[in-house]
Design a protein. Structure first.
Length: 567
């Protein structure tokens, strides 16, 4: 009788992913037969109503002791299919976050907040098969010509073109619309509801080109998809949301599931270009021998130009009285001085906070301040007023079509900081791209350690190989924070102790950072980074053990704010 009672009370149970650092799905009862993996639902979790993603619905269980789903949010469609969920599950293990966190971070903001949208048609979802990765080593204008020629063939259902900023998205959309007959759309994470609905309709009709930032890597997979990536400026360390990731690794894994084609724009120095360093201490402004060479090239009707890196009039302002650098209170970044219509404005390059400046120190009110690290505006004024040269001066030079006989590059110090190890590959890329623009490239720098720019790219690769950094190894950065300095220090040492018990059994693994002084204070919180260097061929058992420790620590203390995976 009891058995019959239980069988009569059976109900359909679905596994649901929640946005938490827990490596498991949660069971909920449901009466509807319309539910599918990928559907968003509203559920009661820990006394709160939250959004969940259905991951599977393959069993039945007794109705009692199982909470019921409150409501279904997706009517007649879903954003992610079973294959998308499988890909994100695999990716979560590489990014050292839970499956639920990975899925929710991949959703557009509109869907993550519980609002309903149109969805890609089920008819255009792919079946799992291996795709193809093609690396493209020409300069950026040549890569863009290649992309446009490929798009004109229209042998795809959807093409994704990933660039580094919203500004570049809008710039490309406007330009490409005039050259391509298929629909061209712009997409980034914070796009509005109506625009997102318009893009989905175009995708369902196909073919369509979508231009967007790195979040476009998580667009639902589609049959016959083609992905183009401008890799010259995509830098994993600039991403602010969790999980942080290496875009190229993510996309390579994606096409292994979708069967699409991935074209990666790679940058290497041009061996035919001559790169000559100019010491800033010996030549405060434009060196006489460079100026003479400019005139000689122009007299022979050659092409010469000056490229200036860095926005504003000055990159930093320091007070001589209190020795304070004028910094943004929101993000602790030094203000950049910008001159707009003859007025001074302080601008934060991180959070875009800006306001007029009266020339006084923000801390003590002193007028004894000095400008340091000249910006592009100040350099342009000096070059035009003092030297009277008829030489073009550029700030946005990556997309220039022309190749120059002579280029003077100013501001590389704004790209590479000697105290930031991770800025070295960015400087390496910068000089490598610049070498494609000039037969002879003069690089002005104040860093004596990095004057050999001709060998910077090779030196960086050699150093990365020695330290087992990507692509020769795997780097995981765990960032902890707390309002109490002693608390963040003790938790860092506690986490390091738990990790040490695992990595002692992993050859070549290195744990760095738990016993150093607290690195920085930002927004009234103390931050501490722990770097975990792992071999490229890390055994799956060791990965699972380390991942379990990291997720458990984040669940217990909620102090790890970001997990950066670079493989």
């Amino acid at each position: 009788y009891i058995i019959l009672l239980y069988s009569g009370m059976d109900c359909k149970v679905v596994s649901t992913l929640i946005d938490l650092p827990v490596d498991e799905a949660f069971d909920y009862a449901v009466d509807s037969n319309d539910l599918m993996p990928g559907h968003r639902v509203r559920v009661n979790f820990a006394g709160k109503r939250v959004i969940g993603i259905v991951s599977s619905l393959d069993r039945r269980a007794p109705k009692r002791d199982i909470k019921k789903i409150i409501s279904l949010l997706d009517e007649g469609g879903r954003w992610f299919s079973e294959l998308d969920l499988a890909w994100l599950n695999s990716l979560s293990k590489d990014c050292w976050v839970s499956w639920g966190e990975m899925v929710f971070s991949a959703l557009p903001v509109e869907l993550r907040s519980g609002k309903w949208q149109d969805f890609p048609s089920q008819e255009i979802r792919p079946n799992k098969r291996d795709g193809e990765v093609i690396e493209y080593y020409e300069d950026l204008p040549e890569f863009r010509r290649f992309v446009k020629n490929t798009l004109k063939e229209a042998k795809f259902r959807i093409a994704l073109w990933i660039v580094e900023s919203k500004f570049r998205v809008n710039e490309l959309v406007t330009r490409i619309k005039r050259e391509i007959s298929i629909p061209v759309m712009g997409f980034y994470q914070g796009i509005g509801r109506d625009r997102l609905r318009q893009i989905i309709r175009a995708v369902n009709q196909g073919p369509v080109l979508i231009i967007g930032t790195r979040h476009l890597a998580f667009w639902p997979m589609v049959k016959n998809e083609v992905i183009f990536v401008e890799d010259a400026w995509l830098d994993v360390y600039r991403q602010e949301v969790m999980p942080k990731y290496d875009l190229n690794s993510v996309l390579t894994k994606r096409v292994k599931y979708s069967g699409g084609k991935l074209f990666l724009h790679k940058v290497q120095p041009d061996p035919d270009s001559e790169i000559i360093p100019v010491q800033a201490k010996e030549h405060p402004l434009l060196p006489a021998f460079v100026e003479e060479e400019f005139y000689r090239v122009l007299q022979n009707k050659g092409h010469a130009a000056v490229f200036i890196i860095g926005k504003g009039y000055a990159k930093a302002i320091r007070c001589n009285a209190c020795k304070q650098v004028q910094s943004c209170p929101r993000c602790d970044r030094p203000y950049t001085l910008v001159r707009e219509r003859g007025k001074d404005v302080l601008y934060c390059p991180s959070c875009s906070n800006s306001f007029p400046w009266n020339g006084r120190c923000l801390s003590c009110g002193s007028i004894s301040v000095r400008l340091s690290s000249m910006g592009a505006e100040r350099w342009e004024k000096i070059l035009r007023d003092r030297f009277k040269m008829n030489v073009p001066i550029f700030e946005k030079w990556l997309t220039l079509e022309d190749r120059f006989d002579l280029v003077f590059l100013i501001g590389i110090d704004n790209v590479v900081a000697i105290d930031r190890f991770y800025s070295m590959p960015l400087a390496s890329r910068f000089v490598a791209v610049a070498s494609h623009k000039a037969k002879r490239l003069y690089v002005r720098t104040r860093f004596t350690e990095l004057v050999d720019f001709s060998g910077l790219h090779e030196r960086w690769l050699s150093l990365a190989r020695e330290l087992r950094l990507p692509p020769f190894g795997e780097l995981v950065i765990l960032s902890l924070r707390s309002e109490d300095e002693n608390e963040v220090k003790s938790k860092a040492q506690r986490l390091a102790k738990e990790l040490s018990s695992i990595i002692e059994e992993i050859p070549e693994a290195v744990l760095y950072g738990p016993y150093l002084p607290v690195e920085r204070k930002k927004r009234d919180k103390f931050y501490w980074n722990i770097d975990l260097f792992l071999p490229k061929d890390l055994p799956s058992s060791a990965r699972a053990s380390l991942r379990k420790i990291i997720l458990s620590f984040r669940k217990r203390y909620r102090t790890i704010t970001s997990v950066l995976a670079y493989s």
